[in-house]
Design a protein. Structure first.
Length: 492
């Protein structure tokens, strides 16, 4: 079979159960595609072929015995920020280039327990800091829709792998947009869950109060299958919330679009730098939802201007603390011939961290230093609370909030935007993390250069199943999510 990579997760699951194909065949199919196509896309940092085939055989045995989980035998790729026992976990950094984790992240352990087959680890911006995946020590990943463009970031490898059909689903993480923006740039569906819904145990920390893992796939339905596996309380993550998990698949049609109140923030559609095509496609998608019965309501989100400065203080502050553990002593990169302990710290960190990571450690350390703590860090925390309250007020009147996921489509590789220009591209995604809310990206068409555009829907706390359901129904009425890049159409 040459077209196994065109099947949805539901079709893959049924095909495996009915023995139309085996997990070994499916896994070999994806490994072959990776071998032929990934040299052009460069989405994988590590391919775990041998282990994948062993996992596939185990899944086939379980399928034969009739005691397999719904997703047993289906391949996936993990962002290289999730610790994988016995397999290199780099977080896109030179400082972890030699790091082999002694344990699995909870997300990875859950995927294994569900019988999913790990194809490998995919590229990302170093420590998830960035919006292009170019900040990876391992080099840039290409956008399958245009190989001279970035796939977005930081989960750019996850997005590129799925968009090129080099994995049917992938995990990502989102601290300030890193699931939604690459999903937008690559024409995929990606869900950032409520803070606390998916365990952060074994997910290398960037900014712990903002980080959250989630699924990336072609459709909301495919994301729902992966959410069913990875969501839930974990006693190993003290911020994970002990609250019942929905059956996201069963609830795909559970939210009525008829009468659904969608808030349209005035401020969001007047942002300087919002591309005209992006605006037009997002507005068309909202029209479509209106035709399906939704009610569009103009709302105010008055704190919009504060999003970028607030995030770019809090995230680096937390990063500067989290990244202090990489000291060249316990694990990771160590400089050659250190003169003394101070030299060892200094050179290991200067040589091991890339420029963007160093910039953020410096900014964060500054914001947390005694003389500036109140003026910067405490102030940012207060503004963060105001941003959250702005959303809570909005949700008194609407069910979900609509926005673009990003003001533009994918940038050219090497465009070399200044840090400030780059940070402004995060305007639509950061507030969701600051408030801890869930949000989803759905593909809604293309710009004049045939690059994908994404719609973002932001929900109230714990509304993941509602967001997936709305996008699922939109996808039943449209076909943007079925469009494939030319490179994904290649048969190998
Ligand atoms: N682009 C944002 C940043 O550079 C968000 C990254 C993320 O969500 N991990 O920090």
């Amino acid at each position: 079979m040459t077209d196994l990579h065109r099947l949805s997760i539901r079709e893959l699951s049924e095909g495996l159960k009915q023995a139309q194909f085996s997990s070994r065949e499916l896994t070999e199919h994806y490994l072959k595609r990776i071998a032929h196509i990934d040299p052009k896309v460069k989405s994988y940092v590590t391919v775990t072929a041998e282990q994948a085939l062993a996992e596939a055989d185990a899944a086939d045995a379980a399928l034969k015995a009739g005691n397999a989980h719904a997703l047993a035998g289906i391949p996936l790729a993990h962002k290289d920020i999730f610790c994988t026992q016995g397999i290199k976990t780099t977080a896109g950094s030179k400082i972890l280039d030699n790091f082999i984790s002694p344990y699995d992240a909870t997300v990875v352990a859950k995927a294994k327990a569900a019988g999913l087959v790990t194809l490998g680890k995919v590229n990302m911006d170093e420590f998830a800091m960035g919006s292009t995946s170019e900040n990876s020590y391992f080099g840039a990943t290409s956008n399958p829709w245009a190989l001279d463009r970035v796939p977005g970031g930081s989960s750019g490898g996850s997005a590129a792998a799925v968009a090129a059909d080099l994995a049917p689903i992938a995990t990502g993480t989102d601290t300030g947009g890193s699931i939604r923006q690459p999903a937008s740039f690559c024409g995929l569906t990606g869900l950032k869950p409520t803070y606390g819904r998916v365990s952060r145990f074994g997910m290398i920390a960037y900014a712990s109060s903002l980080d959250q893992g989630g699924p990336m796939a072609r459709s909301a339905a495919d994301c729902a299958y992966l959410m069913n596996v990875i969501a839930g309380h974990d006693s190993k993550d003290s911020t994970s919330v002990n609250k019942d998990v929905d059956d996201y698949v069963a609830k795909l049609n559970g939210t009525a679009v008829k009468g659904l109140r969608i808030g349209i923030p005035k401020q969001y559609f007047n942002v300087a730098g919002l591309d005209a095509d992006v605006k037009a496609r997002v507005e068309e998608s909202l029209k479509k939802l209106e035709e399906m019965g939704a009610i569009l309501v103009e709302i105010d989100l008055n704190m919009t201007e504060a999003y970028v400065p607030t995030y770019y203080l809090i995230a680096p502050a937390e990063a500067s603390s989290n990244l202090s553990r990489y000291d060249g002593v316990r694990y990771g990169y160590r400089c050659d011939n250190p003169k003394d302990i101070l030299d060892l710290y200094k050179r290991s960190r200067s040589e091991g961290f890339g420029a963007e990571v160093q910039r953020r450690i410096l900014i964060g350390t500054y914001a947390l230093s005694a003389g500036y703590y109140d003026a910067y860090y405490v102030k940012a925390q207060k503004v963060r609370r105001l941003i959250q309250q702005d959303f809570l007020k909005a949700f008194e009147n609407v069910d979900v909030i609509a926005a673009p996921s990003a003001p533009t489509t994918a940038y050219k590789i090497g465009a070399n935007l200044s840090p400030n220009e780059m940070y402004l591209g995060d305007i639509y995604t950061l507030a969701v993390n600051l408030a801890g809310l869930p949000a989803i990206n759905a593909p809604v068409g293309f710009d004049k250069d045939s690059l994908p555009v994404g719609l973002q829907l932001i929900g109230n706390y714990w509304s993941e199943s509602q967001l997936l359901s709305i996008v699922h129904q939109y996808q039943q009425n449209t076909d943007w999510h079925t469009k494939r890049a030319a490179i994904a159409e290649e048969n190998v």
